[in-house]
Design a protein around this ligand. Structure first.
Ligand SMILES: [Zn+2]
Length: 676
């Protein structure tokens, strides 16, 4: 590991932030935090924390010894001064005299020690930082140190790697117990500036940010050098996958749905880097996946054990493997919860990390973001466990210690809040989602918690919308089966499956039916009928695989048109394929109800959009002998129907568990176009 501290960069950074009232001492802490955060070998997601002790003032201008520490749940790599919480250092330092502390006391102490009540919560390791007298304290979970310390003789290995210049303390629970151990250790080693906590990580400190940073890089670089010089070469024999990712992922995703009554769905984030392939080809891999994470605080994301699936398992075996995992997790929970007199509440018993022999690893999460974090931590686990085995024998913290962190209130508070979103973990694909009804619908579903994929042929508008929404954009030609197949494969690769498809893309053609050229009619059928069929077929293929426990295949929704019921003059080329699509909807509902697939549609009319432009509105109004305003408000309710009204109808249909084969009319009321 290289030392990346550059005085010039630290100066530039300070000059950027000084106008915000940030002092040089504080700016150096932020600069160092970012350097540490960018080293993926040092800091995994949300891990690591940094602090600086400074003089500050209370609300009545009284000088106070303060400490500015990273807020809980923030990432170091992009951190700014706002990611730090000011706390009353003198008050926290006085807690050193205690011999024990309840979680409730710790939470109150950390909360009340904040200089501003509007600050976020300070890091769970605040007391450790507070009890170390040095001005700057940095804490990370470096892969090299974890490889050395997740060993039976971790202490000896660290001393060998660092020439005996490091304080090493045994693994101890985070929070007050760790702070107390560190404080005691420092009493006898006043000149030392590096503390390694076995099976957890490292703290370095100093009177300048550069000193503390230098110590961090030194201890990690020495550990890396030691590993390089002493490790044995591991024999790994990566096998060829016997599954295609696109075939396996939806089955696995379906197996993770606890029951058809459960609303929550999970996203699968897949990785198959060389490290993961080597891990899968390692002979002791099946023991390692049951050992536990490289540092206990990863367990809040990954759970203690990973699930391993052999390369040739079929769908029944996958369901059984998930069931066995759940039973094992429930046993682990009950056993350890007895120590807490049954007071802890189990989150869920599903696996979060799933290794598939020959193929790779899936991170499982309630959202794409969470699933990505889990798969990243799974990769760190594979890398560290392999390094550990090349030195000796991977032996992380015990399941008992892991449980204490996995169910420790201050630690779990780091997890992003699970919002009560009806579609969290659901994957939506919408075609023609770049503008008009499609864009309004994509937005509505995103608000409801869904992961949204927009397929559209208009790259410029749609990619901007997708960026804005935090959605995925895939260029797609819905009339080309090949283009659709690639796009749907990509959805499965990225999310693991698919829950809702809104086949929305369409285009309007006009012409008097007795004289319209055949070419126009066929063109319209391509996009207004066959494209719906192509999209539905691609979706059904994935949804059938996902329907492994029954009744959870998915939902297909069509954007129909009032033209399907009540033709407008000279609008046959548009209305005819739409009428056929309405029957397509019924056919899908009929043929695929058994696959747990619901099918429905929205019959919208006179909505301003890319398809029904102001120009076309004027023309259609003329065809009916109306003004443009009367045309758009000419309905029973006398109101213009908006794209958002249609979006709401799609969402209602997606959530209506017992509805299939249905069409909702969204037109402000038009009795001629109402369904019989
Ligand atoms: Zn830590």
């Amino acid at each position: 590991m290289k030392n990346l501290w550059a005085k010039k960069d630290a100066d530039i950074f300070f000059n950027q932030v000084r106008r915000l009232g940030i002092t040089r001492q504080f700016a150096d802490c932020v600069y160092a935090s970012r350097l540490l955060g960018r080293e993926t070998q040092l800091v995994q997601h949300g891990g690591g924390n940094t602090s600086v002790k400074l003089l500050a003032k209370t609300f009545d201008e009284t000088p106070i010894n303060a400490m500015f520490i990273k807020a809980s749940g923030y990432n170091l790599d992009q951190i700014t001064a706002e990611g730090f919480v000011g706390v009353n250092q003198s008050a926290l330092d006085r807690l050193k005299t205690r011999t024990n502390m309840s979680d409730e006391f710790l939470i109150d102490a950390l909360g009340q020690s904040r200089l501003s009540f509007s600050s976020p919560n300070p890091s769970v390791e605040t007391l450790v930082h507070s009890f170390i007298p040095a001005r700057y304290v940095f804490h990370t979970h470096p892969e090299a140190i974890l490889a050395l310390t997740n060993q039976k003789n971790g202490d000896e290995l660290i001393q060998k790697a660092t020439g005996g210049k490091t304080i090493v303390i045994p693994y101890v629970m985070s929070g007050f117990p760790l702070a107390l151990q560190i404080s005691r250790a420092l009493k006898h080693n006043k000149d030392n500036n590096t503390i390694v906590v076995l099976k957890h990580g490292v703290f370095t400190f100093g009177d300048t940010a550069q000193d503390a940073y230098d110590s961090m890089i030194r201890v990690v670089a020495n550990s890396e050098k030691f590993i390089r010089s002493t490790r044995k070469k591991l024999k790994t024999n990566p096998r060829k996958p016997s599954f295609k990712l696109e075939n396996l992922a939806p089955v696995l995703r379906g197996a993770l749905i606890p029951s058809s009554a459960t609303e929550q769905r999970y996203i699968l984030s897949f990785r198959n880097s060389p490290v993961i392939k080597n891990f899968l080809g390692f002979r002791n891999m099946s023991r390692l996946v049951k050992c536990g994470p490289v540092t206990p605080d990863h367990a809040i994301w990954t759970k203690p054990k990973a699930l391993f699936l052999p390369s040739n398992c079929n769908s029944i075996e996958i369901v059984r493997a998930v069931k066995n995992y759940k039973r094992d997790y429930e046993r682990y929970f009950e056993k350890n919860n007895r120590r807490y007199l049954g007071k802890k509440v189990m989150r869920d018993s599903l696996p979060r990390v799933i290794f598939v022999d020959g193929l790779g690893v899936f991170g499982v999460g309630e959202s794409l973001e969470k699933a990505h974090i889990v798969s990243e931590l799974a990769e760190t686990f594979a890398a560290v466990a392999l390094k550990s085995e090349s030195l000796g024998f991977y032996a992380p913290a015990s399941l008992r210690d892991i449980f204490d962190i996995e169910y420790w209130g201050p630690e779990t508070a780091k997890l992003p809040e699970i919002k009560n979103s009806p579609l969290s973990g659901h994957v939506l694909v919408i075609t023609g989602g770049g503008s008009g009804i499609g864009a309004a619908t994509a937005t509505r579903f995103k608000e409801a918690g869904a992961e949204v994929v927009i397929m559209d042929s208009d790259r410029k508008t749609t990619s901007a919308l997708a960026d804005n929404l935090g959605a995925m954009y895939l260029w797609t030609d819905v009339t080309d089966k090949n283009s659709l197949r690639l796009a749907f494969d990509k959805v499965v690769q990225e999310y693991g499956g698919l829950d809702i498809v809104i086949s929305n893309a369409g285009a309007a053609w006009e012409g008097e039916i007795g004289t319209v050229p055949e070419k126009i009619l066929r063109q319209s059928f391509e996009i207004n009928f066959f494209a719906h069929q192509n999209v539905s077929q691609a979706a059904v293929e994935i949804m059938k695989k996902q329907n492994i426990i029954g009744k959870v295949g998915g939902v297909i929704l069509f954007n129909l048109s009032k033209q399907a019921i009540n033709p407008g003059r000279n609008f046959g080329p548009y209305g005819l394929p739409k009428a056929a699509t309405m029957f397509l909807l019924k056919q899908y509902a009929l043929d695929h109800g058994k696959d747990g697939i619901r099918v429905a549609g929205v019959n919208a009319d006179r909505i301003r959009s890319g398809l029904l432009t102001d120009k076309l509105i004027a023309k259609r109004a003329k065809a009916r002998g109306l003004s443009a305003v009367d045309y758009v408000t000419g309905n029973l309710l006398g109101r213009e129907v908006l794209a958002e009204d249609v979006a709401k109808a799609f969402l209602d249909l997606a959530l209506s568990k017992s509805t299939t084969g249905a069409v909702i009319t969204v037109d402000g009321g038009n009795i001629e176009a109402s369904l019989r």
